[in-house]
Ligand binder design. Structure first.
Ligand code: FES
Ligand SMILES: [Fe+2]
Length: 410
């Protein structure tokens, strides 16, 4: 992020801290809880937001070298994404062209040859069929016509996008307004290395998982013993970029940073930028890396979803650098072993907060929504991200906008 923009955002956070104010959505909105329970709506969301749009499957660091691959079933068809011998990114339907077995079941790995477990047909990382055992017995086939089915794929500023439709297009110019595209490029996501990943199956709609990243009003209550120690609650910056948006949360470290000259201000010290990339990705760069959260809907059940979490680090970052005080971090997270690996420390820390606090609350919201006794939830003035996000998806589905209400109208 340009330093001038960092300074602008830090000043905005400081002004809000000093005046005891927060961003203001201009009113309140009532959101019908059917947004989280309606099966027909869930089908439409899948068709409009997931099956017919490019999907973020990871960051460049997920495919660190030629021959690296990742697989996913989150896009509808089973998909394998690869980095070929020349470093180019590809995506294919993860299905052998002989009799359709899933070619690779492992979630990730490195192999320049992808061998089908059924009869050992073999493909390279460009999807070309390069081996067919006992060809003379099987019969003559034109191997050139039996490459893996390729899907549109684009590696863009360190983000890996795949379109689940063979005929789909991936156009970053259509996905990101120019200012957001430039800002995403400035974070150099392409240089991050993959550290680890985790996934949480949660009894809540995918949008409830997204919602929990949409405000910091809850920090002083839900996260009073965890995040609230590190962040000021209910103070944030908020900017929209078309159907995407960016929040900046306020770290308590801003209190010391404000004493430094502006030239030394750093937004990752003063805060945590949270990019919400439509439809389901939350990308959070921090000084030593980035977290990527993707909420994957359960196509059968609107009240379920899976969150996939990716942890990425700047090259060479050690545990000491990641945690200012690794021993204190271990104590807080409750890990006793001296041999705790950095991966586990980060993954457990994230799970203790996002899975065990935020998503626990999301699941409780889902239960009450499904009770049929609650008609709507309320988005406050200090929760503008929720207004924007829900208005965006409703508008893309052709649904009535949620009216902005004054306090007297609620
Ligand atoms: S299905 Fe893959 S080799 Fe037969
Ligand atoms: Fe939270």
């Amino acid at each position: 992020m340009r330093h001038s923009e960092q300074v602008r955002l830090v000043k905005e956070l400081l002004a809000r801290l000093d005046s005891g104010t927060n961003v203001d959505a201009g009113g309140l909105r009532k959101n019908p809880v059917s947004a989280y329970t309606d099966e027909a709506l869930a089908t439409r969301e899948w068709d409009e937001f997931f099956a017919s749009r490019p999907q973020l499957v990871g960051l460049s660091g997920d495919l660190p070298e030629p021959g690296s691959f990742i697989t996913t079933n989150d896009l509808g068809p089973p998909v394998i994404a690869t980095r070929d011998a020349d470093g180019a990114f590809h995506a294919f339907v993860n299905s052998c062209r002989h009799r359709g077995a899933v070619l690779v079941e492992e979630p990730r790995g490195t192999s320049r040859r992808l061998v089908c477990p059924f009869h050992a047909w073999t493909y390279d990382s460009e999807g070309t069929l390069v081996g067919l055992p006992k060809k003379d017995h099987f019969g003559e086939v034109d191997t050139e016509c039996l490459s893996l089915v390729e899907l549109p794929a684009l590696e863009w500023n360190g983000l890996l996008y795949v379109h689940p439709d063979v005929d789909g297009t991936i156009d970053p110019g259509a996905m990101f307004p120019e200012d957001l595209a430039a800002e995403l490029a400035e974070w150099n996501y392409g240089e991050l290395t993959y550290l680890d990943s985790d996934s949480y199956d949660v009894d809540c709609n995918w949008k409830l998982a997204m919602d929990t990243f949409g405000e910091t009003y809850h920090f002083a209550a839900l996260h009073k013993d965890t995040l609230y120690n590190m962040f000021h609650g209910n103070v944030q910056c908020y900017d929209t970029f078309g159907i995407n948006h960016r929040m900046v949360l306020t770290k308590r470290a801003i209190d010391e940073m404000r004493l430094l000259p502006e030239s030394e201000w750093d937004i990752t010290v003063a805060g945590l930028p949270v990019y919400w990339l439509f439809p389901n990705a939350i990308l959070m760069p921090f000084e030593n890396g980035a977290y990527l959260v993707r909420a994957i809907p359960d196509r059968e059940r609107p009240g379920r979803h899976t969150s996939r979490i990716g942890f990425y680090l700047r090259p060479g970052v050690s545990a000491e650098e990641y945690f200012n005080d690794p021993e204190e971090a271990k104590r807080q997270i409750g890990l006793e072993s001296e041999e705790v690996e950095l991966q586990r420390l980060i993954a457990e820390g994230f799970a203790n907060i996002i899975r065990d606090e935020d998503y626990w609350m999301s699941a409780s919201q889902q239960r009450t929504a499904e009770s049929g006794h609650i008609e709507f939830s309320l988005f406050g003035r200090n929760e503008p991200a929720l207004h924007h996000y829900h208005s965006t998806y409703r508008s893309l589905l052709g649904l009535e906008p949620l009216p902005l209400l004054t306090e007297a109208e609620v």
